[in-house]
Structure formats: C-alpha cells, structure tokens
Design a protein around this ligand. Sequence first.
Ligand SMILES: [Zn+2]
Length: 188
Amino acid sequence: MSGRKTWTAWPCWAQGAPYDFLKAAELHNHICPGLTSGYLLAHFILEHYPLAPEERYTIVSSPVWCKEDALQVILDCTPGKKGLVVKSLSKAQKEKISVPNPAGFLLIWNTKTKTGKGAALSFDFKEFKALYPENTPKAASLLSTIPHLKTPERFVSVAREFTLDETRYKAMIQASTNPYRVAGLMAK
Ligand SMILES: [Zn+2]
C-alpha cells in the first residue's frame, strides 16, 4: 500500500475496540474523535431505526467531517451504492441551521411504496470531549472513549423527524440543494 500512511491499531484492539470500529479506522487511515462520532452515529441508527423489508438507508452527510468514513463502513452506505451523499456547507450556511449540533441526516426510503422518513441527527461533541483531558492526542482519545461506544444515546440524538415523499427524497439527495433548507431546518 504505497503512499498511504500507516496507523497503529493494536493499542485500541488490545483495549477492546470492536471489529467494525477497526474496519472503519482502516478506511479512514487514522483514529480520531470525528471517526468515533461516526461509529456512535452508525450504532445509534442501527439501534433506533432498524430497516424493514424493502427499506434502505441513505446518509446525507452535511456538514461533513471524519464521521462519514465510519458511517459508510458500518451501515454499508457507500457512495457507489448511492447510500452516502456528501454535501459540504459554507460557514454562513452552517450558522443558519436551526437544530443544535447538526450531524447530518438519515433517510429511510421504501423502494416499493416510494415513501419514507428522514431524521436530522445531532452529535454532542461537548459531552464527548469531556471524556478525555483537553490536550489528549486525537488517536489516544479513543482509549478513554472505548468504554462509551455501547451507549451512543449519550451523545447522539434526533433533532427532528419528517416524512418523505418522492419529491422531497430526491430534493434531499440531489446536487445543489441544501438539505437543511429542504427539511425546513434553516433560519430565514
Ligand atoms: Zn479523522
């Protein structure tokens, strides 16, 4: 694997980091709090929004940070399968989002009935970063956060749920739209 930096996973593995975390870290090519936030978001989704037959997940990543690489590995929502739609926002756009700690959207779409629902998710970094001392190196933060990987509800919450028809679903995932605007979660 020339050209790729190497990362050392063994201390995390030895401390009990789960297999799917290590797989996410392999793709992301480093370990950091942002990746861990993605792990927590993914497991929150699996726990609280299990899929019924004919349903599929689409993650709308917005704003974008390291979390996306854990979300795609754990939920099998890869960009190639149209499971991950990445939408960067400007600083001005982010400032207008009307829900706290925005961490993107989960869309659940029923391919048979052509209906679905969306959830705007929040991630509380203040609560998360309180788990380790301020100057902890990013990778080492995991050693403090591993014991909390089983309780994503402590950090992840649902800011808003909404229904999706085909028009809104397409508007959420298409290029050139701001998904917070489509979901009605932007200040004027
Ligand atoms: Zn990262």
